[in-house]
Design a protein around this ligand. Structure first.
Ligand code: SF4
Length: 914
C-alpha cells in the first residue's frame, strides 16, 4: 500500500455545507451543556443575535437534568462573546485563506510521513469535540494516514474505566442509568467530589435523600469534600488504598454468604481466583483497616451496608481512574458488583462518572490510540478487516498508537515530528507539563484547531485553524449514562470559524482522499458513524455493544430533531436501552463477564524525606479545565480566584505556612506558587491543588509541571492524584493588587495572577526582591491624565494609588510589605467604573467603605453573587438558622445548589444549626 495516495487532491475551498439552523431573536433552542459528563439539557434563548445575548435555562425535558443546571451551566450565556476568539486561519503567524491553510496542513502531513514514516504524525484531540468531529479525525488518522497516533485528553480522565470495563465486560459499557440514583438504597461514591464535579447528579441524589432519608450514602475519599454534606459515612482512606478496601469487601461478601452464585455461574468466570487473590492481602477487616488507615468499625459498617443492600450503586470518578493502579481499582469494585449480581438492574450497578461532555462519544468513535472505531479493537484482525472494508481504507493502522503521555514524549524525542492538537490545552493539563511545552517548542510542526486564540498551547503552534465554539457547533455528544444528545447551533459562526469535522475532512480531501471525506454536514457523518456501528454487528464472533444502527437512516431533518436516547439503539429497538447485563450477555468470547484477581499496590513514586507531601490535583466548583471558557465569566471566578493549595492546619503550622499566605510547591518534575488555604478536610501529609490555572492567567500557577508522569500500565492514565512534593513558605518582599478597567498582559512579577471581574480586571502581585513601591506603581499605574489619589507610608512599605477619570474610578494599586496590611478586594472592585461621592473618595485608599453593609465579602453563591459578609450579617440580623432560610432571605443556594455545603459551614461557624 503506498504511503501516500497516487494523486493528490487540490485544497478544497469551503464547500457549501448544510448550514445548521441558526436561531433568530426570541427563538429557543434545545441543546446540551459544554462542560461535564452529566450532559445536561440546556435551553438557549437568543435575545439579540448581533450582540450574542443568550438566555440560558435548564431543559426540563432532558432526562439528565430535568431542568436543573449548576453554576457553570447557568453561566454559559456569558461565554459566547467574541473576546479572545481565533477567527481566521494563520500560518506562521500570518493570516491566510482557508485554502492556503488547508494546503499547508496537507503538505506538512505529506512531507513528514514521506520523510519519517506514517507514525511521525499524531493527532491529540479532546472530549470537548462533538462525536462527528471525533469520527472524522479518527477515520483520517487510522484509516487513511495509516497510523493510530491519535489520542484524546480523555486519556487523562476516563481511560482506566475504559480498560476496566473491557477487562471485565469485554466491552466499554456503562451498565446503568441516572434514574438508578433515585432507585438505589445505598449509593457508594468513590474518588468523586460529586458535589463540585458532577453537581446535578449530586443534586439528584440529595433530593432523593431528602425525600427518602433511609437512602444511605457512603463517601470514599481521602479528602472531606463538599460531597460529605449528604454522606452517612465518610471513609477517608489513605490515598491509593482503594484496592485493599474493595478486595476486602469481596472477601467479606463471600464470608457472609452475600454472593449471588446463580448469577456468577451463569454469567461470569474468574470468581474463585479473584477471591483467592483478595484474601491474601485483604482477608480480614483488621488487615483492610491497617492498609487503608480506616477504623475497623467504619470498614465493617461499609461492608455490612453493602452486603445488606440489594440496591447498591457505586459511582466512581477521577480519584479511582487517575492512578498508576487505576484499572485495577476499577476491576476491584466491578468484582464486587459482579459477585453479587448487582449490575444493570434498577438501582444497582457500578457507574463510571465521565469527566468531559463527550468523553463517551470519543470512546464510541475510537478517539483513544488503542481503539479502532465503534468500540472495535485495532489488535483484532476481524475488526480491522471489517473497518477497512467499511471505510474502503487504503492504509488501516496495523497496531495501537501512542497514548497521551507517551505521545508527547515521542514529540519530545523527535520520533513524532508533527502534532495536530484539537480543542485542548496539553501544556496546562498533561503531567510534567513543562516537558510537554518543551516538546512542542521543539517540534517541526504544531497545528492547532481551536476557538480560542491565546492559550498556553496555541502560543506554540505554527498553523492555527479557527474552530467553531459552543452555540455555533452542530452535532451530538454522549453523556455518562450512554445518552446521545444533540448539541445544536443557535449563533452565527464568527469570522471564518468552521466546524472541526469540516476542517479535518477538507484536509483529508486535500490529501487526495476525496470521496472518503466528502462530508457536507454533521448529519451525514452521524449517519456513517451509526452505519458502521451496525455493520456486521450480528454474528456472535464480532458482536459489539455499541450499536446505533437504528439511527443510520436518519435524514437531516430527523437528525436535527433527534431526542436524547441511550445506546444501544439497535434496529428493532429504536428507543434505546437504559440498562445492560442484568441477564448477562457480555461481549467476551464466551459472553461471560470476568472477575479479575487484583493485587493491591501502592502508588508509584512514593513520598520521601525530600518530597514528604502527597499532591492531589482536581477540579473546583465553578471552573472547567483550563478556564478558556469559565475564565470568561466573572461570577465563576468570584468564589475561588487564585491558584491555591489546601492543607491541613497542623501541616500548615508545621511548615510555617499561614492561611492566605503563599507557598512554593516543588516536585521532581516542576514547581509552582499558590495561595495557602486551610482545609479541615485535608488529611495530614496531603495537599490539594486545582488543575485549572494556566500560564496565560498566572505566572507560576500551573500545577501540571509538578505532576507525576507515571501511568497505569494497562490504561496509560497518569497518576494525577499522587505526586510527592515539598512545601515551603514563599515570603515575598512586597505584595499587592492592581485593579484596572482594561485587561493587560500579565504583569511581570515573581507572582502574578489575573482575575477577571465584573467591573475591572484584578492582578494579584508579589515580588521577592525589595523594591521602591512608587517605582512599581509607576510601572503599572503611571500618573498621567486624570485625577490621582495617593497614600504612602514608606517606612511600613505601604503605598496606595488610585486614578479617576471624569469622576469615575479606573485604577487602584495597593502595595505592602505584609499581606495583612492590604485591604479586601471586594468593595474596592465594586467601586471601579463608579462616579465616587466625596465620602467614598475620602475612604477609598483605606479600602473600607464608610457603610460596612456595602462590603459583601468573598462570593459564596456564584449564581446570585451573594458574598460571605452579606450572609453572615443576614444570619445575625434575621436569625437565619438553615440553608433554606438563607435561600428565602438572600436567594443564595436556590439556583444550582452548589454552594449549599458552604452555606452550611458558614451557619456552623456562626454557632447556628442548619
Ligand atoms: Fe453542565 Fe453543570 Fe450539568 Fe455538568 S452538571 S453538564 S457542568 S450544567
Amino acid at each position: 500500500m503506498p504511503l501516500q495516495p497516487e494523486t493528490h487532491g487540490t485544497p478544497v475551498a469551503p464547500a457549501v455545507e448544510r448550514i445548521p439552523l441558526v436561531a433568530a431573536a426570541g427563538d429557543t433552542v434545545h441543546t446540551t451543556c459544554a462542560y461535564c459528563g452529566v450532559g445536561c439539557g440546556v435551553l438557549a434563548t437568543v435575545e439579540d443575535v448581533d450582540a450574542r445575548q443568550v438566555r440560558i435555562a435548564g431543559d426540563v425535558e432532558h432526562p439528565a437534568n430535568l431542568g436543573r443546571l449548576c453554576s457553570k451551566g447557568s453561566s454559559l450565556g456569558e461565554t459566547v462573546h467574541l473576546e479572545g476568539r481565533l477567527l481566521h486561519p494563520e500560518v506562521h503567524g500570518q493570516r491566510t485563506s482557508w485554502d492556503d491553510a488547508l494546503a499547508a496542513v496537507a503538505a506538512e502531513i505529506r512531507r513528514v510521513q514521506a520523510e519519517h514514516g506514517r507514525d511521525a504524525v499524531a493527532f491529540y484531540v479532546s472530549g470537548q469535540l462533538l462525536t462527528e468531529d471525533y469520527y472524522v479525525a479518527n477515520k483520517l488518522m487510522k484509516g487513511f494516514l495509516g497510523s493510530a497516533n491519535i489520542d484524546t485528553n480523555s486519556r487523562l480522565c476516563m481511560s482506566s474505566s475504559v480498560a476496566g470495563h473491557k477487562r471485565a465486560f469485554g466491552s466499554d459499557t456503562v451498565p446503568n442509568c441516572y434514574e438508578d440514583l433515585e432507585l438505589a438504597d445505598l449509593i457508594v461514591l468513590t474518588g468523586s467530589n460529586t458535589a463540585w464535579c458532577h453537581p446535578i447528579l449530586f443534586q439528584r441524589i440529595k433530593a432523593e435523600k431528602q425525600r427518602r432519608p433511609e437512602l444511605r450514602v457512603v463517601n470514599i475519599d481521602p479528602r472531606a469534600t463538599a460531597t460529605n454534606e449528604i454522606a452517612d459515612l465518610h471513609l477517608a482512606l489513605k490515598p491509593g488504598s482503594d484496592v485493599w478496601l474493595f478486595n476486602g469487601l469481596l472477601v467479606w461478601l463471600a464470608a457472609q454468604g452475600s454472593i449471588d452464585h446463580d448469577y456468577l455461574s451463569r454469567h461470569t468466570s474468574g470468581f474463585e481466583a479473584a477471591l483467592a487473590e483478595a484474601a491474601v492481602t485483604a482477608g480480614s477487616v483488621l488487615q483492610v483497616a491497617e492498609a487503608t488507615g480506616l477504623s475497623e468499625a467504619d470498614v465493617l459498617t461499609f461492608y455490612r451496608w453493602f452486603a445488606d443492600t440489594a440496591r447498591t450503586m457505586t459511582l466512581y470518578s477521577q480519584g479511582v481512574n487517575q492512578s498508576s493502579a487505576g484499572t485495577d481499582k476499577v476491576n476491584s469494585l466491578l468484582n464486587c458488583h459482579l459477585a453479587t449480581g448487582r449490575i444493570g438492574k434498577p438501582g444497582c450497578g457500578p457507574f463510571s462518572l465521565t469527566g468531559q461532555p463527550n468523553a463517551m462519544g470519543g470512546r464510541e468513535v475510537g478517539g483513544l490510540a488503542n481503539q479502532l472505531a465503534a468500540h472495535m479493537e485495532i489488535t483484532d484482525p476481524r475488526h480491522r478487516d471489517l473497518v477497512q472494508r467499511f471505510w474502503q481504507a487504503p492504509a488501516l493502522a496495523a497496531d495501537n498508537g501512542l497514548k497521551a503521555v507517551d505521545l508527547f514524549e515521542a514529540v519530545h524525542s523527535g520520533r513524532i515530528k508533527l502534532v495536530w492538537i484539537m480543542g485542548t490545552n496539553p501544556v496546562v493539563s498533561l503531567p510534567d507539563a513543562d516537558r510537554v511545552k518543551a516538546a512542542l517548542a521543539g517540534a517541526e510542526c504544531v497545528i492547532i484547531s481551536d476557538c480560542i486564540a491565546d492559550t498556553d498551547t496555541n502560543r506554540l503552534a505554527h498553523i492555527r485553524l479557527p474552530a467553531r465554539g459552543w452555540g455555533e457547533k452542530d452535532g451530538t455528544v454522549t453523556n455518562s449514562e450512554r445518552r446521545i444528545s444533540r448539541q445544536r447551533a443557535f449563533l452565527p459562526a464568527p469570522g471564518e470559524a468552521m466546524p472541526d469535522w469540516w476542517i479535518i475532512a477538507r484536509v483529508g480531501q486535500a490529501l487526495g482522499f476525496t470521496d472518503a471525506f466528502d462530508f457536507r454536514s454533521a448529519a451525514a457523518i452521524f449517519a456513517e458513524h451509526a452505519a458502521l456501528s451496525g455493520f456486521e454487528n450480528d454474528a456472535d464472533s464480532v458482536r459489539r455493544d455499541f450499536d446505533i444502527s437504528a439511527l443510520a437512516t436518519l435524514d437531516a431533518e430527523a437528525y436535527d430533531q433527534l431526542a436524547p436516547v441511550q445506546w444501544p439503539v439497535r434496529r428493532g429497538r429504536p428507543d434505546g436501552q437504559a440498562r445492560l447485563f442484568a441477564d448477562g450477555g457480555f461481549f467476551t468470547a464466551d459472553r461471560k463477564a470476568r472477575l479479575l484477581p487484583v493485587t493491591p499496590r501502592a502508588p508509584r513514586n512514593a513520598t520521601c524525606a525530600e518530597y514528604p507531601f502527597v499532591l492531589n490535583t482536581g477540579r473546583i466548583r465553578d471552573q472547567w479545565h483550563t478556564m478558556t471558557r469559565t475564565g470568561l465569566t466573572p461570577r465563576l471566578l468570584a468564589h475561588l480566584s487564585e491558584p491555591f493549595a489546601e492543607l491541613h492546619p497542623d501541616d500548615m503550622a508545621a511548615q510555617g505556612l499561614v492561611d492566605g499566605g503563599l507557598v512554593a510547591l516543588r516536585s521532581r518534575w516542576g514547581q509552582m506558587l499558590a495561595r495557602v488555604q486551610a482545609g479541615g478536610g485535608q488529611q495530614r501529609g496531603t495537599v490539594f491543588v486545582p488543575m485549572h490555572w494556566t500560564g496565560a492567567l498566572s505566572s507560576q500557577g500551573r500545577v501540571g509541571p509538578l505532576v507525576n508522569p507515571v501511568t497505569d500500565p494497562v490504561s496509560g492514565q497518569p497518576e494525577n492524584k499522587h505526586t510527592p512534593v515539598a512545601l515551603s513558605p514563599w515570603q515575598p518582599a512586597w505584595q499587592g493588587f492592581w485593579l484596572n478597567a482594561e485587561a493587560v498582559e500579565l504583569p511581570e512579577a515573581d507572582y502574578a495572577v489575573a482575575v477577571r471581574g465584573d467591573t475591572a480586571w484584578r492582578y494579584e502581585l508579589a515580588g521577592l526582591e525589595a523594591a521602591d513601591p512608587q517605582v512599581l506603581a509607576d510601572r503599572w499605574l503611571p500618573v498621567t491624565d486624570g485625577e490621582w489619589l495617593e497614600y504612602a507610608d514608606l517606612a511600613r512599605g505601604l503605598y496606595r494609588r488610585a486614578c479617576l477619570r471624569d469622576g469615575r474610578l479606573v485604577g487602584v494599586l495597593m502595595l505592602a510589605r505584609d499581606a495583612a496590611a492590604l485591604p479586601e478586594r471586594g468593595w474596592l472592585a465594586s467601586q471601579m467604573g463608579q462616579v465616587l461621592d466625596a465620602e467614598t473618595r475620602r475612604g477609598l485608599l483605606s479600602g473600607r467603605p464608610a457603610d460596612p453593609a456595602s462590603d459583601v465579602g468573598r462570593t459564596v453563591c456564584a449564581c446570585f453573587g451573594v458574598g460571605e459578609k452579606t450572609i453572615r450579617r443576614a444570619i445575625a440580623a434575621e436569625g437565619l438558622d438553615s440553608v433554606a432560610a438563607i435561600g428565602r432571605c438572600l436567594k443564595a443556594g436556590t439556583n444550582c445548589g452548589s454552594c449549599q455545603p458552604e452555606l452550611k459551614q458558614i451557619l456552623a461557624t456562626c454557632g447556628e444549626s442548619s
